[in-house]
Design a protein around this ligand. Structure first.
Ligand code: EPZ
Length: 439
């Protein structure tokens, strides 16, 4: 795992226009693994998680759980978690501030201990990202919640210190709020109903994980989830689903370099909107068996994209598709509706010769015949992937900086691309005099 200093001093050097071919393996899903690790707190027995991706964010979640008394032992892509001895210790702010997903511990801690303190995660590059829907859900289940000095203090009312089932309507189908409420409800007294719930595949994976520990959950993956609380949960051995966003990113790598590639394992239904959009643009996406996809390239046509909660088009694929649209035939409108500040990759794509104009949360992308390699700076996780993809298609050399964003959410992306034949390497600018201007 690279250190922050290494990341600051290292860049990805990409020689573009190298065709790709072959097959690539998809790692476990970041956005599932993170919440499942927090969910293991619900159980005071051993929990084994398999297919864990190798990511900075997973490292950080491991440190945060250890800081509150959870025992963790990782070997390769398997981690054993035991939360028997969790205490009232508060996870250190310096750790929590680096990982929004750390807030996922609030539901399980409150359900297990009846009271907890969790630092507010704060905003990030893509938006303010408030947690009001999480808090309102816990309040509806009988918790007193107050925010003091940047810390959320939550305490279950009443002597029994047990959350109560409740009917909760979410104003917005928030992934995180649905996960927080669902986890808290597994140990609550009575039945909880979440309406207008998020339907992302990671929600269904979390429900399957909780059910494998003995929880009673129905309807996960739909907009109405019903949880009947139980007294306690038991140990489990569970495998995390494949990462649909990593798979989508690699499909674009094939399309943007006009290359035929295959990838597995994937659950095609998790990528339905992504596959539909790609086919609409020209490239073919072929199912080769239950969990394997093949991308067959074709000239790319312009199309409009609007990000929405699942099953709509995922906001986590918006930047990568924009990179592809910069080389399409025609003009496309890209509308980002989920996060208020998720078009920061536009300026860097423009540095590579893309023709994009932004008005509010809409970007008008006019296809150009080619992109030119350039030094570019990643501004957030998915923006970093978009710049790598643009670099694969560009003429000449692209240098991608800000790799701490990429390493948060991609398990050795450059290694997987190199396996497909890409001319890409991570270099330290200190060792490469011609790039010293970047350090
Ligand atoms: C999850 O974030 C993912 N992160 C995000 O992936 C993903 O983009 C997002 O879901 C949407 O799919 C993880 O799972 C760790 P939300 P989350 O709550 O749970 C607003 C990536 O690139 N909102 O569905 O934070 C919020 O501000 C990351 O891998 C409230 O207003 O997403 C946003 O505008 C980025 N109040 C919208 O809802 C709340 O209490 C969607 O947020 C909660 C959310």
């Amino acid at each position: 795992m690279t250190t922050p200093l290494d990341e600051q001093q290292s860049v990805l050097e990409i020689q573009g226009q190298t065709p790709l071919r072959g097959e690539v393996n998809i790692s476990g899903a970041k956005n599932s693994a993170l919440v499942l690790m927090a969910g293991a707190i619900l159980c005071s027995e051993d929990c084994r998680l398999r297919n864990l991706p190798l990511l900075v964010d997973i490292e950080r979640m491991t440190q945060i759980l250890a800081a509150i008394g959870v025992k963790l032992n990782r070997k390769g892509d398997v981690i054993d978690i035991n939360a028997q001895d969790i205490g009232q210790d508060q996870a250190p702010y310096e750790l929590v501030s680096q990982l929004r997903a750390s807030f996922f511990v609030i539901g399980p801690l409150l359900a297990r201990l009846g009271m907890t303190r969790v630092p507010l995660p704060g905003g990030c590059a893509i938006g303010a990202r408030p947690v009001d829907l999480h808090v309102r859900g816990l309040q509806a289940m009988g918790a007193d919640v107050r925010i003091e000095h940047g810390v959320v203090h939550a305490c279950v009312r009443g002597s029994r210190k047990r959350l109560q089932g409740a009917k909760i309507y979410l104003d917005y189908p928030s992934v995180g709020a649905t996960e927080t409420i669902m986890m808290a409800a597994t140990l609550a007294e009575g039945e909880t109903i979440i309406e207008n719930a998020a339907q992302e595949p990671e929600i269904a994976d979390l429900a399957n994980f909780c059910r494998s520990m003995g929880a009673k959950i129905k309807g996960a993956g739909t907009n109405k989830i019903i949880i009947s609380g139980v007294e306690r949960l038991h140990s489990t051995d569970y495998c995390v689903i494949p990462d649909r966003i990593e798979a989508g990113t690699l499909l674009i790598a094939g399309a943007i370099t006009q290359s035929e590639i295959s990838l597995s394992p994937v659950f095609p239904e998790h990528l339905a909107s992504v596959i539909a959009k790609l086919r609409e643009m020209g490239p073919q996406v072929i199912m080769e068996g239950p969990d394997r996809l093949r991308l067959v390239p074709a000239p790319v046509r312009a199309t409009d994209i609007k990000t929405l909660p699942f099953p709509g088009f995922p906001t986590d694929m918006q930047a990568q598709f924009m990179a592809l649209l910069t080389l399409s035939e025609g003009s496309s409108m890209v509308t980002e509706t989920v996060f208020e500040n998720r078009l920061r990759h536009v300026a860097e794509l423009q540095r590579m010769g893309a023709d994009i104009r932004v008005k509010g949360n809409i970007a008008l992308v006019k296809g150009v015949p080619f992109l030119s390699g350039a030094p570019v700076m990643a501004t957030d996780l998915r923006a970093s992937a978009a710049l790598v993809l643009a670099g694969l298609a560009a003429q000449g050399t692209t240098l991608v900086q800000g790799l701490h964003h990429l390493d948060r959410g991609y398990d050795n992306l450059e290694g997987k691309l190199r396996k497909l034949g890409a001319n890409i390497r991570r270099i330290s600018v200190v060792d490469e005099p011609e790039y010293s201007a970047l350090s």
